[in-house]
Design a protein around this ligand. Structure first.
Ligand SMILES: [Zn+2]
Length: 458
């Protein structure tokens, strides 16, 4: 009789920062041991991983599932399917939905919807803008909080934005008391508006190109991060800054960390992958990526920060919009949807960086799995392949090359900003708590299998 649920045979397994040739034994959804190939341990199911890597699944802290309110472009089921195909085993999603999740009631409703359909584990960043609701939502199990400083039109909902320093400080103090993380999208909105006016006055069109150019101006991010780091110093809130692609911001974050401040940084792949060439080829689909990859100073600081840990985590910013919606970027980008779906190829984009020698495998796993699990307070139960960890993992063929296209995607909107990209590194299998949920990009997971990740005060 078999003693274990599953045995993954013959792979190189990522354990404690290095690869170990071992068989993984799994029972009741958890890793129970790593054994030599000669071990006689018997399992009900055997998975052959010869010549493959076995890595922790991605813990992604930046999903826009679009549910409720915008389910014509994504929902918990489709986002979780795209995630499963791309190697994401846990996703934490964002409050800019309709109605926005800034009350206990809307938060619980959203969580219930995810509980019914998500095939991967999930949590939720509630809005950090509603002072009265902040402690109540923590009590109800919120994973943490999100504040946007960028405002204007959807998806940057003014109801979820704070720019005033006093208001930000109050929100930080309220979140600090919960012990949960506070994610902020840093943005100097008034400077952005002024630079936008200057661009229009100079005769530039209000399209995706001008928008992206202004939006990614270093000073807009740098000045905002400067303020946020100063406010954080007045509190001890766990501040996680997202979209940290400005060189100035990264230098401030480095100094703040050296001073012992509880500040972490996340960056999404579109900013340092999509090029000007991609932008001109696929237009609004690449926006607001494509503007900084020609800036040598910024790219050097980004890669330095990804490699030395100044950037703690890579998050997806999985942000689907329909191609019809993006058409508005042609002549009114200031009131248009913007963002791109990322989950379908989330592991592959970073594995390609590893294959290209831009990032070590160890840093890739730290960025995609370990650091986000630490931010959530769930490491090493998740984000690691240690005895006792949840068996959340991927089996990867590092040598498989492919050319990405809009075919075979699980995101409802059916497109990728990486169309025609040549990539190397393929997720063959994704497992969540011991159950295979995707195999060779075929989804075999069951809607509702995903479990909720509650906030862990730290
Ligand atoms: Zn986002």
């Amino acid at each position: 009789m078999a003693n274990y649920q599953t045995r993954i045979r013959g792979g190189d397994v990522y354990v404690g920062g290095r690869l170990v040739r071992a068989d993984v034994l799994i029972d009741e959804g958890r890793i129970v041991g790593l054994v030599d190939g000669a071990s006689t341990a018997e399992a009900a199911e055997t998975i052959d991983a010869t010549g493959r890597l076995v890595l922790p699944g991605i813990i992604d802290t930046h999903a826009h599932t679009r549910e409720p309110g915008y389910t014509h472009k994504e929902d918990f089921l489709s986002a979780s399917q795209a995630g499963a195909a791309g190697g994401v085993t846990t996703m934490i999603d964002m409050p800019n939905v309709e109605p926005p999740t800034d009350t206990v009631e809307t938060y619980l409703e959203k969580r219930e919807q995810a509980d019914r359909t998500s095939i991967i584990d999930f949590g939720h960043w509630v809005a950090g803008t509603n002072l009265d609701e902040i402690p109540k939502m923590a009590e109800a199990g919120a994973t943490g909080y999100k504040i946007f400083q960028v405002s204007g039109a959807y998806p940057h909902d003014p109801r979820l934005a704070l720019n005033d320093e006093a208001a930000l400080l109050k929100a930080m103090r309220a979140v600090e008391k919960t012990g949960l993380p506070l994610n902020i999208h840093p943005f100097n909105q008034s400077l952005f508006e002024e630079l936008s006016e200057e661009a229009f006055a100079a005769g530039k069109p209000a399209n995706w190109y001008t928008f992206g150019e202004v939006y990614t101006t270093d000073a807009i991010w740098h000045t905002a991060v400067n303020t946020l780091i100063n406010l954080q110093r007045l509190t001890d809130v766990r501040l996680n800054l997202v979209h940290t692609h400005s060189a100035g911001s990264l230098r401030l974050i480095r100094a703040a960390k050296a001073d012992g401040q509880r500040v972490t940084a996340s960056l999404d792949p579109k900013y340092y992958h999509l090029t000007r060439e991609d932008l001109l080829r696929i237009k609004g689909r690449a926006c607001p990526g494509g503007f900084i990859t020609e800036d040598a100073d910024r790219m050097a600081e980004i890669w330095r920060s990804l490699n030395d840990g100044n950037i703690d985590s890579i998050d997806a910013d999985h942000a689907p919009h329909t191609l019809e919606e993006l058409e508005q970027m042609e002549d009114d980008a200031w009131h248009s949807a913007m963002g791109s779906p990322q989950y379908d190829w989330q592991y592959t984009i970073t594995l390609t960086d590893v294959n290209d020698g831009k990032l070590s495998l160890r840093r890739a796993v730290e960025l995609l799995a370990e650091a986000p699990a630490r931010l959530l307070g769930i490491f090493p139960n998740k984000g690691a392949l240690l005895p006792g960890s949840d068996a959340d993992l991927v089996v990867v063929d590092m040598s498989r090359e492919l050319t990405l296209s809009d075919d075979g995607l699980y995101t409802k909107v059916g497109w990728t900003p990486y169309v025609d990209w040549k990539v190397k590194g393929y997720v063959e299998l994704t497992m969540l708590r011991g159950t295979v949920i995707a195999r060779d990009r075929e989804i075999v997971g069951t809607p509702g299998f995903g479990q909720y990740i509650a906030g862990v005060p730290q």
